[in-house]
Design a protein around this ligand. Sequence first.
Ligand code: MP5
Length: 229
Amino acid sequence: MGFCQQQLERLRPLWSHMLDHRFLRQTRDGTIAHATFATWMRQDYLFVEAAIPFIAALIPKAPREHWALHAGVIGMLEKELELFRERARAAGVDFTALRPSFTNHAYIQFLLATAYRASYAEAFTVLYAAEKAYHDSWTAVKEGLDPGSPWWPFVENWAGEGFAGYVARLETELDRLADAAGPAERAAMAELFELTTRYEIAFWEMAATGEGWPGAPRTETGAPAEKGN
Ligand code: MP5
């Protein structure tokens, strides 16, 4: 069994907990409040934007054969941002004055710190875990969501064949990197896999609760109180 499957096996309870999050269940069932989904859209737009410098920071550490992969991901992320803007216009989601929530800010800093400070294999682990988390999460939503829903294009984006193929490629490459890693690096990779999974759960929770910044008045979160994040 490769490294990725080993980790998914080891983290199965945590992974299942993520896939069973009420944000995903309510999105799947069409019962999610518009304002709650809008919170996720605003926050994930900022996350996807931050993923571009994350990927770019991997390139100097990457083997030459991985440059085209990462360059392709940057193009994919730009298209994703366009999808968010288009859906925001179509569904009346306000994208002005976006500011990251506490959890989103922490996750973004974690991504960038990993890209700059960790080894390539370690940072690649975070990339794989985050992409696999979204592929599996939106696949769970796909199981029940009405294709006429305004949120369906997000299902098509992350649960579609193109993204599935991309995640499979990442899995192959991460398994290879893990095979070449020594025990200490492999242990660090396993820890980062778990931490990324915990951030993914925290992100759904943040979207579901409309969390602001601890201790701050709601209006200091960067969005008017009535809009949430
Ligand atoms: C992804 C995402 C998937 N958009 N947001 C979170 C919180 N985790 C993972 O990444 P991408 O780069 O949008 O495919």
